[in-house]
Design a protein. Sequence first.
Length: 260
Amino acid sequence: MERRWNDYLDEFHLRRPGITERLLARARHGETNPYHWLAEAVPRDGTVLDLACGSAPIYDLVDAGLYIGLDSSSAELALAAQRGAPHLVQGSATALPFPDGSVRTVACSMALQILRPLPQVLDEISRVLAPDGRLAVTFPCASPLLARDYPLVAGLALSLGRRVGYPNDEGLRHLGELLASAGLSAVDDVARRFAFRLDDAVEADALFSSLYLPELPERRARAARAWLRLAAKFHAAVPIPIRRVLAVKPGRAAGEVRRS
């Protein structure tokens, strides 16, 4: 099953490089998008490993001594290179090609929910982090939602015949325990509701294309697109609840990590 999921991810990002950035760059909580929110938690010194960097949307937002982007998708890395991001590496989150303790910060934007197996990924993150190093991650979650969000979310789930979910949803509900098992300590855990405004059918189709939906029957795909296009006629704001977790690898300055 895991191999099949990884094959699906490879094909997804080969066919749709940059689709995640296209959506999340326009998602808003107040004046902030999810990439700015993550970048706020990245220290302004040392080496930053952007894990599962995709098209490197946070590259321009972090002020690192050295930026390294790693992703398994050559298509996503090609977009990151076009942006000007240096030091791009094609590799796996389960076998990071970096020495022990060589990284000051690991940032991971909206990917921890799909990187498997999750305990091995966290072990690798802990291994490459230096003492007092920081992990800053964002990933989808179920809340917060507004009352007006529920009909839109329920309609999408009904059209799909299932809710939008990810392989690591259960593990992420116990992320604190998994972090501790990997030798990391969670120091901050906050969820925010971002929203993506559907202005037209093109944006509705783009939103649908950004969803991970393996083995979705075509009739369900048509129904979901139709639902989102209907929502676009009313310029609906699609909720995107996101959780940001900060963790440290204990060391002499672990207590100095800024809380948001």
